[in-house]
Write a protein that binds this ligand. Structure first.
Ligand SMILES: *[C@@H]1O[C@H](CO)[C@@H](O)[C@H](O)[C@H]1NC(C)=O
Ligand SMILES: *[C@@H]1O[C@H](CO)[C@@H](O)[C@H](O)[C@H]1NC(C)=O
Ligand SMILES: *[C@@H]1O[C@H](CO)[C@@H](O)[C@H](O)[C@H]1NC(C)=O
Ligand SMILES: *[C@@H]1O[C@H](CO)[C@@H](O)[C@H](O)[C@H]1NC(C)=O
Ligand SMILES: *[C@@H]1O[C@H](CO)[C@@H](O)[C@H](O)[C@H]1NC(C)=O
Ligand SMILES: *[C@@H]1O[C@H](CO)[C@@H](O)[C@H](O)[C@H]1NC(C)=O
Ligand SMILES: *[C@@H]1O[C@H](CO)[C@@H](O)[C@H](O)[C@H]1NC(C)=O
Ligand SMILES: *[C@@H]1O[C@H](CO)[C@@H](O)[C@H](O)[C@H]1NC(C)=O
Ligand SMILES: *[C@@H]1O[C@H](CO)[C@@H](O)[C@H](O)[C@H]1NC(C)=O
Length: 561
């Protein structure tokens, strides 16, 4: 999951506001060591992954089993103490109902349960889902279009594709419930679509379902606008009804062709906020961080989904990646061996990043494979190593929500390492600006992609290390919890919150990494056509578009206008 949630620090808008205040921003000094297009990069060989899936080894089998056990514990805690509410508070066996009371964890976790082979959980979930009333919000709270899209719509679509495809054997005698997954996906979209009713078609994100009103925001962030198009297009293609895809693609046009130019300070790199009334960018502050993140992610994924309709999305991804290599590549002064992507405030570079942003390596690897562009794969592997370092250097073995560094090439006086972290910074190459860990997937997600591309067991070991840390430091009460300090001791501070994405994403990517023969795997073979599925930003596998799937492909001019 990327971008915003309303009340946790896995949330970008919140954490962003917290982490970036202060005077410590400086002008970009042109760096001599800038990457040139044809410079070979060091790093493991890509493309060496054997396209024939190997047998699961005994060790992989036992590790996959332990990850399954963790999933079962998390699911059981939720089901016993929180269902049919949204999420578990594990420390006191209580619940949270911040996502409209539509049994969020059950829906979000369903495809992971199915892939892992929990037929009883699948049966329970399939029987319950048709009874969810997606046109009514029993909590009467604000509803995030973005979160509801990636979790509910994404989860329902993926489950429908799996139970009508490779996992149909888990849903025998349940054809009505399986059909209801698609009906319910459409019901979610029908409920949410009034959000797009704005002068530009750029959606409002914060919706009140029961009276079909919004919080009347003046702007939206581009992650929330640009992370709808995969699910809404897939829904349209499955139903043979253009309406939904068109809604999501219309608002996206304003991000694909940014105005004014100050909203795109470097080619392809755009600002976070866009004005809902005018479609114009508010400013040029951005990067691969929360608020922007999955907008970039989906540019590549849309092209993998359908190369014919979404080639312009791919062009924009390439432009953004080339500019990121040129302007955002950043090395900490104390550990120049590490590579991070910096933030850009207009054209000023800031040594700031987030756990959320650590999806970047995986996305670059995926894009590099699809485009047959080894430079992107190799750079992606460097980013993966950078994010591995933020796990390696803490007491828990888990990385912090927000971290910062002093980029090589900026004046020493710009260094503002907090006094009590100077020795940590000297050793680790980053300092901690927000010390929590939110049970998010991004780092293991990137390890997973690195493993798929290279076949290098090093990445499986990194995932196994993260798994052991999660087991040791986040287990509390009836489940697993966000923690407040990645340098704290066991039990030193739990957020008492088990987010649904822990089951949908974190546990799915970890389990897949020890299950070589799953049908939904990212393919390590180069070329876009080798991918049969594409994971949405909540790790829900969406089947890539095939004209014969029954979907009609709308006219291209409608889409790229
Ligand atoms: C459980 O703990 C949370 C704080 O973590 C608190 O807000 C909530 O009221 C508690 N619920 C119960 C039922 O004790
Ligand atoms: C779902 O909620 C809507 C709006 O409150 C209501 O009109 C409808 O009757 C409900 N459907 C069911 C099956 O309860
Ligand atoms: C499914 O239905 C068939 C007959 O249609 C029956 O033989 C079988 O036992 C059923 N399976 C389950 C799991 O209920
Ligand atoms: C819609 O409902 C929400 C939640 O009850 C409320 O805050 C908001 O003011 C209502 N909007 C309108 C236009 O009635
Ligand atoms: C949004 O604007 C509408 C129409 O002007 C108004 O009825 C509603 O109360 C506003 N909602 C909020 C949350 O300000
Ligand atoms: C967005 O545009 C509207 C209409 O021009 C304007 O009133 C509003 O101030 C703008 N909002 C921001 C945040 O720039
Ligand atoms: C971005 O730069 C502007 C102009 O120097 C500064 O006022 C602002 O505080 C910076 N924004 C952030 C979030 O750092
Ligand atoms: C992990 O951290 C330890 C302690 O700082 C260090 O010795 C080791 O080299 C690091 N490993 C990697 C792969 O960065
Ligand atoms: C460093 O000092 C700040 C401010 O006093 C404090 O909030 C923070 O917890 C300290 N961090 C460490 C790692 O000691």
């Amino acid at each position: 999951m990327r971008s915003t949630t309303l009340f946790t620090l896995a949330a970008s808008s919140v954490s962003f506001a917290v982490g970036i205040s202060g005077p410590e921003f400086h002008q970009l000094i042109p760096r001599e060591a800038q990457l040139k297009a044809d410079d070979p990069l060091p790093g493991p060989r890509r493309g060496s992954f054997d396209p024939v899936p190997p047998e699961q080894t005994e060790e992989e089998k036992s590790r996959a089993g332990e990850i399954k056990d963790m999933f079962k514990t998390a699911w059981d805690g939720y089901f016993k103490y929180a269902f049919p509410r949204d999420e578990l508070r594990p420390a006191n066996n209580s619940f949270l109902n911040e996502y409209n009371g539509w049994a969020l964890t059950l829906v979000d976790a369903l495809d992971t349960a199915a892939l892992m082979g929990f037929d009883d959980l699948v049966s329970t979930s399939l029987d319950y889902i048709p009874s969810i009333n997606y046109s009514r919000d029993s909590t009467d709270k604000v509803c995030s279009l973005f979160e509801t899209n990636i979790r509910h719509l994404g989860g329902l679509l993926a489950a429908h594709e799996l139970f009508t495809g490779p996992l149909a054997n888990l849903a025998t005698n349940k054809s009505e419930q399986v059909a209801a997954l698609l009906t319910q996906a459409q019901a979610v979209a029908d409920t949410l679509k009034f959000g797009f009713d704005t002068p530009t078609g750029i959606p409002q994100n914060n919706l009140y379902i029961n009276n079909r009103s919004t919080d009347n925001s003046t702007d939206n962030n581009i992650a929330q606008v640009g992370t709808l198009v995969l699910e809404w297009t897939r829904l349209s293609d499955k139903l043979g009804k253009d309406e939904y895809g068109k809604l999501a693609q219309k608002g996206e046009q304003y991000i694909l062709k940014p105005q004014p130019s100050s909203g795109e300070p470097y080619p392809g790199l755009v600002g976070i906020e866009i004005n809902i009334t005018t479609g114009r960018f508010t400013r040029g502050l951005g990067g691969w961080v929360g608020g922007v993140d999955s907008f970039y992610e989906y540019l590549m994924k849309m092209w993998i989904y359908d190369q014919d309709r979404f080639s312009f999305y791919k062009d924009r991804w390439v432009t953004a990646v080339e500019s990121s290599i040129k302007y955002l590549e950043s090395h900490p002064s104390s550990r120049p061996d590490l590579t991070f992507l910096a933030l850009h405030n207009e054209t000023r570079i800031v040594g700031y990043s987030q756990h959320l942003a650590c999806f970047d390596g995986g996305n670059w690897i995926l894009g590099g494979l699809a485009l047959k562009e080894p430079r992107y794969v190799d750079f992606g592997l460097q980013l993966v190593d950078g994010c591995a370092a933020i796990y390696n250097e803490t007491e828990t073995g888990l990385g912090p929500n927000i971290f910062r560094w002093d980029p090589v090439g900026t004046p020493p006086e710009a260094t503002k390492v907090p006094a009590n972290q100077t020795s940590f910074y000297r050793r680790a190459g980053f300092w901690i600006a927000q010390p929590g860990y939110g049970l998010g997937p991004e780092v293991v997600e990137s390890f997973y992609h690195a493993w798929r591309a290279t076949g290098d067991k090093k990445y499986q070991e990194l995932i196994w290390g993260a798994f052991q840390s999660i087991r040791e430091f986040t287990k509390v009460g009836s489940g697993y919890s966000t923690i407040e300090d990645v340098n704290g001791k066991v039990g030193s501070g739990y957020g008492n919150y088990q987010p649904s994405f822990f089951l949908a994403e974190t546990l799915k990517y970890m389990w897949l990494a020890f299950t070589p023969q799953s049908p939904v795997h990212v393919s390590g073979v180069e070329g876009p056509e080798s991918q049969q599925w594409v994971f949405n930003t909540e790790a829900h596998p969406v089947k890539v578009f095939k004209p014969r799937d029954g979907g009609r492909r709308p006219k291209r001019d409608v889409l790229e206008g």
